[in-house]
Ligand binder design. Sequence first.
Ligand code: SF4
Length: 257
Amino acid sequence: MEEHFIPGVHNYCDRWCDRCPFTARCRVYVSEQEFSEDAKDPADPAFWQNIKKNFEGVLEMLNKMMAEMGIDPEEMDKLPAPKPDPDIQALEIAMREKTARYANAVDDFFRGNAPYFEEKGEELEAQIQDGRPVDVEKWQFFQDAVDVIRWYQYFISAKIHRAVNSMEHLEEFDDPKQSDSNGSAKVVIIAIERSLGAWEVLSRQLPEKHAEIVGLQRQLQYLHTELCRLFPDWNAFHRPGFDDEPGQTMRLDFNPN
Ligand code: SF4
């Protein structure tokens, strides 16, 4: 069984396990399936016992790795904490504000247009009841686009935060292109591109909402440009699994071109 797992595949994925082609080869997914339902509920003590068990496992692995590298954890504890880079901190705050603005704008869009979507749903229902033809595929694609937007809405913020924060640790990587920062940037840039494509699907199907959607796409385009400027080598990062067997990717790649 062990040899089927792809080492580190879960480190640079989008955590959308329901749509992931690597579930059977992902150690995180497989171990999560072993949890009882109680262990998935934060209100249940089993959930916290499980977290504790996982934490102990990670700590043990880290201590082993440090021992192999000749690092004494007790000596490390005595070292002064590194000072955060003020430029990176300022950048992180600026990006956090912009991603929060996008996430809130997405909520506003769906909340503000709830009556409009309800009306569209009723029109569709009437169309079905009257026996008029319905383009099922088109509406499924539409629903999929909404799912994509919703899935990445907060993910983008979390990953940008990680990409920028990890810039402080670039020198720890022999190859900066394979740094955690560059990998996180790659994952978030892909998420932004998919979100842009998904908004394009909505825009085509809801032409009367075009102006609102363009405003959201502009926010995403700004983030995309900024990330490409900060991480010019983002595409050179190699994601375990996803960049080895891209032909297996099941998720729809929304490509407006
Ligand atoms: S690699 Fe796939 S299965 Fe594993 S955590 Fe990421 S999305 Fe889920």
